[in-house]
Write a protein that binds this ligand. Sequence first.
Ligand SMILES: Nc1ncnc2c1ncn2[C@@H]1O[C@H](COP(=O)(O)OP(=O)(O)OP(=O)(O)O)[C@@H](O)[C@H]1O
Ligand SMILES: [Mg+2]
Length: 289
Amino acid sequence: MTIMTTPVLEARDVTMRFGGLTAVRSVDFTVNAGEIVGLIGPNGAGKTTFFNCLTGLYIPTEGTVSYKGTVLPPKPHLVTQAGIARTFQNIRLFANMTVLENVLVGRHTRTKEGLWSALLRGPGFKKAEKASEERAMELLEFIGLAAKRDHLARNLPYGEQRKLEIARALASDPGLLLLDEPTAGMNPQETRATEELVFAIRDMGVAVLVIEHDMRFIFNLCDRVAVLVQGEKLVEGTSEVVQADERVIAAYLGEPFEGDPGAAEAAEVAAAEAGAEAQSTTSTKGEAQ
Ligand SMILES: Nc1ncnc2c1ncn2[C@@H]1O[C@H](COP(=O)(O)OP(=O)(O)OP(=O)(O)O)[C@@H](O)[C@H]1O
Ligand SMILES: [Mg+2]
């Protein structure tokens, strides 16, 4: 007997064209409950465009996106309401709001009160405010920013702004979280902490789809990795399978990554060349004297 499970996310045959440029071409993509899935690919491969198609920011030229078996209308607020939350490659926070207020804004899709009511703190909002604030503080504790609740977002260091964006996304109680380069600009400690954070988010029952250029981060974290090259899904599989695929290595030539089977060889060649050069320099000097 096969057990049928409905995927959390199912993109079918998604294509996005901008004039003559096809940024995403016929991509089928699935994320199942409990999964952390990675989306990698060289710069300009179409990763962010694909996220924009999933979240209703772009209306795909072709194809459909379903969340838990229901086709999503391509409208960002309806996608959020359905249960997909995201962060952006270029951080989008309300710079002049506090940390807590930023999370509360993320909460508004789950309260009866609208965004303006939340921002203007009308009478209806006050009732819902306490519960929302409690949830927001829980999330700030979860990501480790509770102590900075009253700081302005713009005064946070970059790594903390990225974390705050994640907290704001989680405030909409998503079933799927999309992260676009969550560790960009982070130091190695912050990156490791983000890895733990993503595992913890998955353990809360939220499936995660993450774009990253940091291969170590991706291969440590993900149950499955898909590789996008020039808008097409080139390879998909476990970290082991994807790391060993020659087409992936070829797509990344010029951007060697740790664990790349070609990297050791390339380093050997470089060392040999450096040695030869040093020798020839010495002998040239010898001749000149
Ligand atoms: N709104 C748009 N209008 C026209 N072209 C676009 C638009 N958005 C993206 N593109 C083009 O689509 C292609 C894919 O871009 P995209 O930003 O999705 O790549 P990416 O894989 O996210 O790259 P990176 O790793 O650098 O973030 C690029 O050639 C880009 O110039
Ligand atoms: Mg991008």
